[in-house]
Design a protein around this ligand. Structure first.
Ligand code: DI6
Ligand code: FE
Length: 397
């Protein structure tokens, strides 16, 4: 297929949108084989079936690199509690929070979990998303963690989207292990990771390094097992306090450190050296009314790639719009529209270790969005507005 008469934001480098006016893209099966100005199109492509885009904007398709879209129930009641003055950590300590979703997820059958997840997945796809990372972590026992990961894998059989799974057994201490997180890690979390890996259900290993979850020593034990299994790691780090998670992640060569509001400039240097992406999650920052912003300027100075994601989950970020996450990234964290677009394309791909996505270049997977806008800055600018004209996944419209 040959796309013509397009304005193309190639994102070829991190410094500009890489705009091509009156551009053309050649798709060969599921790959991009050529991109450039139409007048430079080699004659050999001229006979392909053409789709004239009438000047519309083409970008790489969007990638949501941090979600928890598989879960049971919802937490509207906790939303009310927080509006009445309880903090996120207080709700968690009182047995609500993540643990209440754990109860609902354990009780749910896989069909219901899948059907509920698909409503959120469909909202993301409708905005041009072609890759979704999905975490476990609402089971916290072997059966339910495996159930969640199997449901996550099934999503790509039901919808035209690529799924990347992360094992998040170290998300919270389950009720049956309160007061003994180490026993949970040794007797449940690590054996479950091994079982999930043996079943081919794990693309990466994640954890929640926080006062209300696990400390760096506990996370390190899980990361050691990930390393032994040859799995990449990522980490929920420095969301509510500074625990040392970002440096721990960097020490393990993590794909990403996520949230990172309390990350320091020193942490940023370690992340830069390790190639660890900073995944910013403005939906959680907004929902929890946090006031400490991630150190965007330090990430820029030390060239830490910044990604943006929804963190779609029932507690801290009930958000299924990556376009809104882009807008929030700009308004709340002062990202530029270019940084926001890189954050949901090229840098999101880096955060998942996917080297063939996120930029428009020969050899990349043919995942593209066609937008009814004139300039890429418009994607982050409007609120509650979806200008997607078409989504191309693996070369298919
Ligand atoms: N940080 C988050 O933002 C989500 N998990 C995490 O470790 C929140 C999960 C929840 O509140 O259900
Ligand atoms: Fe999260």
């Amino acid at each position: 297929m040959l796309l013509t008469n397009a304005t193309i934001a190639t994102l070829r480098t991190d410094d500009t949108f890489g705009l091509i006016e009156a551009g053309a893209v050649v798709l060969d099966g599921d790959r991009i084989s050529w991109v450039g100005a139409e007048r430079d199109l080699p004659d050999s492509y001229a006979s392909l079936p053409v789709r004239n885009l009438d000047g519309r904007l083409v970008t790489p398709a969007l990638i949501d690199c941090h979600t928890h879209v598989v879960f049971g129930g919802n937490r509207a009641a906790e939303f009310e509690q927080r509006l009445n003055g309880a903090s996120y950590a207080e709700v968690a300590k009182a047995g609500g929070g993540i643990v209440s979703t754990v109860k609902a997820t354990r009780a749910a059958d896989p069909e219901t979990l899948l059907a509920d997840a698909l409503t959120r997945v469909d909202a993301l796809i409708a905005e041009g998303v072609t890759v979704i990372e999905v975490k476990s972590g609402y089971g916290l026992d072997q059966d339910t963690e495996l159930k969640m990961l199997r449901v996550a894998r099934q999503i790509s059989a039901k919808r035209p989207v690529d799924i990347r799974t992360s094992f998040l057994g170290a998300h919270a201490v389950p009720p049956e292990f309160i007061g003994d997180p180490d026993a949970y890690i040794d007797t449940v979390c690590i054996p479950t990771l091994r079982a999930a890996h043996a079943e081919g259900l794990v693309d990466a290993v994640d954890g929640f390094c926080e006062g209300i979850a696990f400390d760096t020593a506990q996370i390190a034990r899980i990361f050691d097992v990930a390393r032994e299994l040859g799995l990449p790691v990522k980490l929920h780090a420095e969301q509510l306090s500074h625990m040392g998670g970002a440096q721990l992640a960097a020490r393990y060569g993590a794909l990403s450190a996520d949230h990172v509001e309390y990350t320091t400039e020193t942490d940023a240097k370690f992340m830069a050296k390790a190639g660890t992406v900073a995944v910013l999650l403005p939906g959680a920052f907004y929902t929890l009314r946090e006031t400490q912003s991630p150190p965007v300027e330090a990430f820029r100075t030390h060239r830490v790639p910044m990604a943006l994601a929804t963190d779609c989950n029932p507690g801290s970020s009930p958000l299924a719009s990556l376009l809104l996450a882009m807008n929030m990234g700009c308004t709340l964290f002062r990202l530029t529209p270019l940084e926001a677009l890189l954050g949901v394309t090229a840098h999101a791909a880096n955060a998942l270790g996917m080297t063939d996505r996120g930029r428009i270049a020969p050899g990349a997977q043919a995942d593209l969005c066609v937008w009814d806008v004139q300039h890429p800055a418009e994607l982050a600018y409007r609120i509650g507005f979806n200008p997607l004209h078409a989504r191309i996944f693996r070369g298919q419209l």
